[in-house]
Write a protein that binds this ligand. Sequence first.
Ligand code: FAD
Length: 288
Amino acid sequence: MIPAKFEYHAPTALPDAIALLERYADDAKLLAGGQSLIPMMRFRLVEPGHLVAIGRIDGLAYVRESDGHLAIGAMTREADLEHAPLVAERYPILRDTSAVIADPLVRNLATIGGNLAHADPANDHPATMLVLGAEIVAEGPNGRRTIAIDDFFEDTFTTALGTSEVLVEIRIPQPRARSGAAYLKLERKVGDFAIVGVAARVTLDESGAFDSVGIGLTNVGPTPIRARKTESSLIGQRPSDEVLKAAGASAAGEAEPVTDGRGPAEYKRAMVRTLTIRALRQALERVR
Ligand code: FAD
């Protein structure tokens, strides 16, 4: 279908974009890579009267380490994350995640900011950001603020961002010593959204026991899910097949899948169990 009529704005400065979002309020939508918004407009699921494109604003696409964290500009394309040497070397879970999003055509346009701001529980980055303890930097009419990722996803397609706020940066703490992380996704075919995805991050103490753990689940609930009970159950334990198996069963219990075209709820729960074990195992291998 053809989208409903809209007016297109392409400001070249962030304050102008924010002013436009404020002026048109609920009748405006910010446009980044367009890979989620344009399909929704074509299906007329959303019909904004004004599109505020931020692609011409300089300085919103970067990947760099500073002050103890990795900073990723909101307009960084998935393809750039996938191929960034810094990401491959220090944050391979981010490459795991970007590389399984859609197909290369989509990844050339889709942005990490859009992936998070869209808050689709089927999107892959949210679970990864939950386990990495990311922070979202938002800029709006009242200046900048930081939102902890645990407070960011409020409901399906709903985040803590205000209507006139722009997600400008994602901050990820630099990994501590003896840490590793991995993202695994099960899909019906290459390029599809996840049947189930699991992100796992581990930090071991000097004795080799779990000191800190993050487990995030994709597409098995109304929002991305952090499997908190499973995370705490692992602390202090030494990794073993039995311990990982118990963690898989526990994470499956924390998932809230529904039966749909991607399979019955019980199948998805079983896949959460399997992928949790595998993701933890891969994260542990990366510690080494
Ligand atoms: P847009 O489509 O431009 O925007 C999406 C929403 O976020 C809009 O509401 C917009 O207003 C808002 N927004 C965007 N940027 C900002 C910002 N900086 N600040 C505030 N609000 C903002 N995603 C996956 O995770 N995994 C997949 O497997 C996958 N498969 C796909 C397959 C296809 C064929 C397509 C078309 C998409 C697929 N996607 C998948 C979805 C897509 O990759 C993401 O949702 C996309 O990354 C969104 O980013 P964007 O830049 O295109 O955002």
